[in-house]
Design a protein around this ligand. Structure first.
Ligand code: OAD
Length: 258
């Protein structure tokens, strides 16, 4: 469903959800698509239609070929650094600033575009592509692992003491989400009155389960996506359009709310 009538209906739900923690927004890769960052499952341009996720987004794949995976992430990091927040990111951040404490932003995205748009707080379910962490627990405490210089094969730097490798600070397939972030997201979704689900296929769990969790707890769920998604069934309304098209008019100042 799209058009001014549907948008106005969601604006009315937004006005009614004006209370601390009243609104949760869950974003996926589609949120950053108009900033030039590719999504994962688009048939033509999606990362997983061009690259093998088992080789590039799993611990086993990294251990099998650390240099290849590290270089792939270096290219993605460069893409993120070159990208700019789009009108959708900015609309969310502006809304959060105008309504302190109302909106909780939960994202599956590993880019920093919400933060760069000025979003006061973000719950990053899948980590942060611009951060590194150690592949293995440090085996020589109390001395911490210490990164050496970048190796000649352009692979990940290694600890000068034990050879441990740095890896990207993202959640890979088969790994658990940061428990405190997931818990905070679940709590927020259970508490909210309106849950906006923006730009996600709903194919990856447990993130996808947040929509159903919110609906069962009594939230009105609205999906914003130009295409059908796996979690449309949880939604009271699906707005068909892009994040940068839909979010600015949806979140624009409203005399009833501002
Ligand atoms: P997907 O690539 O699975 O889905 C992207 C969604 O965005 C699709 O439903 C598109 O229709 C929609 N979309 C495309 N352009 C859009 C736009 N301009 N505005 C709004 N929506 C748009 O990405 P995710 O659902 O985020 O995991 O994928 C979930 C996880 O799978 C990712 O976090 C990643 C990946 O493997 C990790 O990195 C751990």
């Amino acid at each position: 469903m799209s058009g001014a009538g549907a948008l106005n209906e969601v604006r009315a739900w937004l006005a009614a959800a004006q209370q601390p923690g009243g609104v949760v927004v869950l974003t996926g890769a589609g949120m950053s698509a108009e900033s030039g960052i590719p999504t994962f499952r688009d048939a033509m341009h999606g990362l997983w239609s061009r690259f093998d996720p088992t080789a590039l987004a799993s611990e086993a794949g990294f251990r099998a070929d650390p240099a290849r995976v590290w270089q792939w992430y270096a290219e993605r990091r460069a893409g993120v650094r070159a990208a700019q927040p789009n009108a959708g990111h900015r609309a969310l951040a502006d809304f959060a600033r105008r309504h302190p404490g109302v909106l909780t932003l939960v994202t599956q995205n590993v880019d920093d575009l919400h933060a760069r748009a000025g979003q006061p707080e973000v719950l990053p379910l899948h980590g942060d592509i611009l951060q590194d962490r150690w592949l293995d627990p440090c085996p020589h405490p109390p001395q911490a692992c210490t990164p050496g210089p970048a190796p000649e094969d352009a692979g990940p730097p290694r600890c000068v003491i034990c050879g441990n490798r740095l890896r990207p600070g993202v959640v890979w397939f088969g790994e658990t989400l940061p428990p405190e972030v997931l818990r905070a997201a679940e709590d927020a979704v259970r508490r909210c009155r309106l849950l906006l689900v923006v730009g996600t296929s709903g194919a990856v769990w447990p993130a996808a389960g947040l929509a159903g969790l919110g609906r069962r707890a009594g939230a009105t769920v609205v999906v914003l996506n130009p295409q059908p998604s796996d979690i449309d069934g949880e939604a009271r309304l699906c707005l068909r359009g892009t994040a940068a098209q839909l979010l600015p008019p949806l979140l624009a100042e409203n005399p009833e709310m501002d």
